[in-house]
Design a protein around this ligand. Sequence first.
Ligand code: 8IG
Length: 265
Amino acid sequence: MTTPYELAKDAAAVLAAKTGVEKHDIALVLGSGWLPAVDALGEDYTELATTDLPGFSAAAVAGHSGKIRSIRSASGRNLLVFLSRTHYYEGKGVEAVVHPVRTAAAAGCSTIVLTNGCGGLNPAWSPGTPVLIRDHINLTATSPLVGANFVDLTDLYSARLRGLAKSVDASLDEGVYVQFPGPHYETPAEVKMAGILGGDLVGMSTTLEAIAAREAGMEILGISLVTNLAAGISDQPLDHSEVLEAGRAAAARMGALLGDLVPQI
Ligand code: 8IG
C-alpha cells in the first residue's frame, strides 16, 4: 500500500519533472482572498493544474483555483504556490487536506506560508485586515498524524517568521486561530465559545496543515486575512460572495505584504 508520504514523494517527483525545478525552497498556500496576491510573488513561473500531480483532486470552492505555480523569485528562490487548498469539509479525508504540505516538504521546501480567509472576533479588525497566527486551537477532533507520533507543537507558528513579518509591516496584529470543521459558519454562541477558549480568529483550514508541516520539519508562518467579522460580532449575516469581495479589495495590500516578506525569509 502507498503511504501518504510515498504519495507526496511521487507528487514531488512529477512536480520536478514538469517544472524542471529540482528543489523548491518556500511553499505558500493561498486561502480565500489571497489568490489575487499571487502575481506580486514573481513573474517568472510555470503553472500546473493540481490534478497534473499524483494524489490531488479538483478544487471545489468558488475563488479557489486548482492550480500550482512554481515561481522563480527575483531573489533567486524557487517558490511553490498552491493557489487553492483541499478543505476538511470536502470529506476527502485529512490525508487529502495535508497532501500539498507533504508534497512541498518532499519537494525540498523548508518553510511554508499558510494563508487563509477567516472571521475575526476583534471588532477592530475590519474586513481586509491581515493578522499573524500566533497559535491555534484545532476543533476538528482529528489529526493528520496516525499512530504514536507525538509531535511537539510548541512555537508551531515560528516566532522568528512572525518577527520578520512585523519588520515588514509593523501594524500586523497576532491572534489565535480556531479551526472549526465547517462548511457552515459558526453560530454566535460558538463564536463566543471560541473567544472564551482564547481564540481571536475562526476559520475552516490551516491547523491540520500546520501540524503536518511541523511533522515534516518545516518552519511555519500563518497569516489570516479577516474577511468578515465572525457571526454575532456584528449584526451582519455572513455571505461567501462578500468574503470574496473583501479579498479582492485587500488584494493589493496582501500582494505587497507577501511580495515584501517572502524575499526576507
Ligand atoms: I472567509 O467567519 C471565512 N471563513 N469558520 N468562520 C469560519 N470560516 C470562515 C469565516 C468565518 N470567514
